[in-house]
Design a protein around this ligand. Structure first.
Ligand code: NI
Length: 185
């Protein structure tokens, strides 16, 4: 069992902004290792420290491309131009996926656990997951990226999922049917 439980909406910690990490000490290394374990166990392809209740600017991701799990400390994003649509889910909002528009390419900078600088031009799924995770570090959830009408519909669907989950006689919440995608992060 992973060392960390993933916090779920509407846990108020998910709305907090995480603080910069000033020193990569043993605690940060342990945090990253525990988060990688929790991400793989979930399963998801990304996880931000805020999601395990730790308000520090660190996230992990593993998109299953053979390069393994990556740790990014103090990430900064430079967003590219254009728009891409992708059905996002979130380990902190179980059961809900929604089409979210974001730039298709980003430039990610930060440092790794050895203190080495990271500079990555990301596109496709990596661009998507790093934007999702950096949002978490700023207290932003993917439902905040929807336009007002969509956000309303997503919140209603989320309420249905929560009600159904709390109702024992409903074996499976209706809004969950057909959703078998792993959580994005
Ligand atoms: Ni998420």
């Amino acid at each position: 069992m992973a060392a960390y439980d993933i916090r779920v909406f509407p846990d108020p910690v998910l709305r907090q902004r995480a603080a910069e990490i000033t020193e990569i000490d043993d605690g940060v290394v342990r945090l990253a290792r525990g988060m990688i374990e929790a991400m793989h166990e979930a399963p998801g392809i990304g996880l931000a420290a805020v999601q395990v209740g730790v308000l520090r600017r660190l996230f992990v991701y593993d998109v299953g491309d053979g390069t393994g799990a990556h740790v990014v400390v103090n990430p900064v994003l430079e967003l590219g131009d254009g728009e891409a649509v992708y059905d996002e889910g979130c380990l902190s909002i179980p059961g809900l996926t929604w089409a979210v528009v974001r730039p298709p390419q980003v430039h990610l900078t930060g440092v790794d656990l050895d203190g080495n600088d990271i500079s990555l031009e990301a596109d496709e799924l990596v661009a998507r997951v790093v934007q999702h995770e950096v949002d978490h570090l700023d207290g932003i959830l993917f439902i905040d990226r929807l336009d007002p009408d969509e956000r309303k519909a997503a919140m209603a669907a989320l309420r249905d999922i929560q009600v159904a989950a709390a109702t024992p006689e409903v074996a499976e919440p209706p809004a969950r049917r057909g959703l078998r995608l792993p959580g994005l992060g």
